[in-house]
Design a protein around this ligand. Structure first.
Ligand SMILES: C[S@@+](CC[C@H](N)C(=O)[O-])C[C@H]1O[C@@H](n2cnc3c(N)ncnc32)[C@H](O)[C@@H]1O
Length: 489
């Protein structure tokens, strides 16, 4: 059958109750920003365009099936959301991709359906995809396949935003800024001593902006790196150094120096993780570094060469499974088993730089797996898994819903769905996965102590699934009420 004649592509457009995932991610990542225009190429029913307009963005869309009379136009950000996967002709598919790219002044957001969704769609094989029972076509992309296709068609810098979603950048340094911001941590709040509180309070907002900068980047800013009003205030101190000296007085010299040193160390680690991460997409030349990153490099490493050398040493260690294993054993965050180190996503920043790079290597392939809350770093082979436990906080023994496994040797992503399983794997000892300052750490630890006392956690290898755990509870005569163990009457 000549599918190109009959495939009703417009039927693939669904009514969206919320923003589509690629558009929501682009907003969260600052790709779509207030001053930028957006064009949704293949916008379907136009729900993303409508929502973006409501949010105050200048957005337009075109779709051959739903809004054929709109104008196809250039924009700062072009979204090509789940369009390439509905086109059955590979040559036309590539043409659409290139056309969308030609319209994008800054960034093209491309989303396509990932291969693991194929099993949810019934139909028969057609070309490189399937013809569904409704007569529409779907091509499901492996993550690495989508990446290779973008690379060969567009020959531009791109970043994996999430599984099945990529940002393609016109300007290399924008890609680098995004990668750098992904590994930067936020500063902790400050408690300022009483005597100088008045001075501090008078200019609190501006001084906090300066402090926030220093505690995030581990260095003093240049004037142009601060927001307008802060820059004016700092200028009135006659130099940033003077303003920082006031801050040091206000906060206390010892505390300030300690914070600055920790911030420097964190910022150095963040930069090393970024430079190692950037090596995968081709590290930029020194002259092409985003301005703020170039200033970080100079202040924290002296030179770009020195920073890259250190990042390369770490990358070298990522290829050394023994070094990874040893670092997993020493980790001050996460649950260590014979097989792997498991870390709740709230604790990823606390991993050593080597383990952060290990995890970042997987993210080069997958992008951010937004739903995942536990990351498994294998000790035996270079494999990282993103595990999703939707009710991790509420359920005392949450069940695994989905897992995305990244094999760094084979550069392959595999997905397993447990949502239909009657007997999924479950978690115990939740406090071991989260950092000690996690808001529920004490509650989780309390439950574990009760369960230990009741003998419920003996021989933990045999209680790893929902059914086995229920049998253990029944056998010993207990039930759970929230995070409390109750003895059955
Ligand atoms: C799955 S829908 C996605 C719609 C929208 N982007 C969203 O995420 O809700 C795919 C859309 O691609 C459109 N489409 C099909 N062929 C196209 C082409 N050659 N150029 C642009 N859009 C096309 C279809 O009309 C359909 O509305």
């Amino acid at each position: 059958m000549d599918a190109t004649q009959v495939v009703p592509r417009h039927l693939t457009a669904i009514a969206r109750p919320d923003l589509s995932k690629p558009v929501a991610l682009a907003l969260a990542d600052g790709i779509i920003a207030p001053s930028l225009t957006v064009f949704d190429y293949g916008c379907g029913r136009g729900d993303d365009v409508t929502r973006l307009k409501v949010l105050g963005y200048e957005a337009h869309g075109w779709d051959p099936g739903h809004c054929p009379d709109s104008r196809i136009r250039s924009a700062d950000v072009v979204n090509l959301g789940y369009v390439v996967n509905v086109i059955e002709d590979p040559a036309e598919r590539a043409w659409v991709l290139r056309t969308a790219w030609s319209l994008a002044r800054h960034v093209l957001v491309v989303a396509a359906r990932p291969d693991w969704e194929a099993r949810t769609v019934a139909g028969k094989r057609h070309g490189d995809g399937i013809l569904t029972n409704r007569g529409t076509f779907q091509k499901f992309f492996r993550q690495e396949e989508l990446q290779a296709w973008l690379q060969s068609e567009l020959k531009a810098s791109f970043v994996a935003a999430a599984p099945g979603i990529f940002y393609v950048f016109r300007d290399e340094s924008r890609a680098q800024s995004l990668l750098a911001s992904r590994v930067t941590r936020r500063p902790a709040p400050i408690h300022c001593p009483d005597i100088r509180r008045a001075v501090y309070e008078t200019h609190r907002e501006e001084m906090d902006a300066l402090r926030g900068f220093v505690e995030t980047r581990g260095r003093l800013p240049e004037l142009r790196e601060l927001p307008g009003t802060t820059a004016q205030l700092i200028a009135s101190f006659s130099s940033i150094k003077r303003a920082a000296a006031v801050l040091r007085q206000v906060i206390g010299a010892e505390e300030w120096d300690h914070r600055l040193e920790s911030a420097r160390e964190r910022a150095r680690q963040d930069l090393l993780v970024y430079l190692a991460f950037a090596a995968f997409s081709g590290r930029p030349k020194a002259a092409d570094l985003p301005k703020e990153v170039a200033l970080d490099v100079k202040a924290l490493f002296g030179s770009y060469r020195a920073a890259c050398d250190q990042a390369d040493q770490l990358l070298h260690c990522v290829a050394d499974q023994q070094a990874l294993n040893a670092t997993c054993r020493q980790s001050r965050v996460g649950k260590l088993t014979a097989e792997a180190l498991y870390v709740h996503t709230s604790g990823l920043d606390l991993l050593s730089p080597l383990l952060r790079i290990y995890e970042a290597c997987a993210r080069v392939l997958t992008g951010t797996v937004t739903e995942a809350n536990i990351v498994k770093l294998s000790r035996a082979a270079p494999k990282v898994s993103y595990l999703t436990y939707p009710d991790f906080d509420r359920n005392p023994h949450p069940a695994l819903a989905t897992s995305l496994h990244v094999d760094l040797n084979l550069l392959r992503v595999r997905y397993v769905d447990f949502r239909e399983s009657a007997n999924p794997p479950i978690l115990h000892r939740k406090e071991t996965f989260v950092p000690t300052d996690h808001p529920s750490h004490a509650k989780f630890a309390y439950l574990t102590r009760q369960e230990e006392r009741a003998g419920l956690l003996r021989d933990s290898a045999s209680i790893g699934t929902r059914e086995r755990w229920q049998s253990r509870l029944d056998e010993l005569g207990y039930r759970l009420h929230g995070h409390r163990v109750i003895q059955k009457k």
